[in-house]
Ligand binder design. Structure first.
Ligand code: SF4
Length: 239
């Protein structure tokens, strides 16, 4: 069931994005190309807001996820900017540890995420006043304190999660009623999509992020984009 005040939720999200565009320029949206991020992409591009959209092209994404870059170009005439890892760092990791060493330990997994996601993210965020994510509070045990606006001290800028209050049903209601393109993996049991070797389909009733790094325990399941020194950033909400 969608939120009782779904229309108010959409209006508040539009207002948040407009405020970011007017008060926090330059601002960027880090899109994972998943369902939530397509909602934000649609809201940003239809309103022609001056917010640049990029994605972390880790080199290990599903072909369906990469296909979303073409879909966005077809539907909106917009090129989402891919940020890729440093080839030398990837080569060194693979040479020393093997291509799939992330299965061996949490440390090896975090090191792969650092090279393929965190370092490119830091490059993408350089010089910005704010960044935007498609995270929702209801997504997992690690996101229960998520606020719409946070102080990202680690990056020295504001961080916005405009969909923090949205339910999964709200996301799909928006997508279906606005003909928003979405990753076909969502129809094959993937509510949350990351890199191909680190994401599996889930069974009915499983937590939506159960398919991400499924071999780890739930508390360690973040990619490092929202953590510092291996811990979740304790986020200070700005009134
Ligand atoms: S999700 Fe997996 S493949 Fe992707 S960067 Fe992290 S450890 Fe590496």
């Amino acid at each position: 069931m969608i939120s009782a005040d779904y229309d108010g939720l959409v209006a508040a999200t539009r207002a948040t994005l407009e405020r970011i565009a007017s008060d926090f320029t330059p601002a960027v949206f880090a899109s994972s190309l998943a369902a939530e991020d397509m909602v934000l992409t649609d809201l940003i591009l239809r309103a022609k807001l001056p917010i640049r959209i990029f994605t972390l092209e880790t080199g290990r994404l599903h072909k369906e996820t990469l296909g979303m870059l073409d879909r966005v170009r077809e539907v909106y005439g917009y090129d989402i900017e891919p940020y890729r890892p440093d080839p030398a760092a990837v080569d060194a990791y693979v040479q020393q540890n093997g291509l799939n060493a992330f299965y061996d330990s949490v440390e090896m997994r975090k090191e792969c995420c650092r090279i393929r996601k965190v370092d490119p993210l830091n490059r993408a965020l350089a010089g910005q006043r704010a960044w935007i994510t498609g995270q929702r509070r209801a997504q997992s045990a690690t996101r229960t304190e998520l606020a719409v606006q946070e102080d990202d001290a680690a990056h020295g800028m504001a961080k916005f999660n405009p969909l923090a209050d949205w339910l999964e049903e709200d996301v799909w209601h928006y997508i279906r009623s606005n003909d928003v393109p979405y990753n076909p993996l969502h129809d094959r049991g993937y509510p949350s999509i990351g890199c191909e070797p680190c994401t599996r389909a889930i069974q009915p009733g499983e937590d939506v992020r159960a398919g991400r790094w499924w071999w780890e325990n739930p508390e360690s399941k973040e990619c490092g984009l929202h953590v510092v020194d291996g811990k979740l950033i304790r986020i200070k909400q700005i009134a």
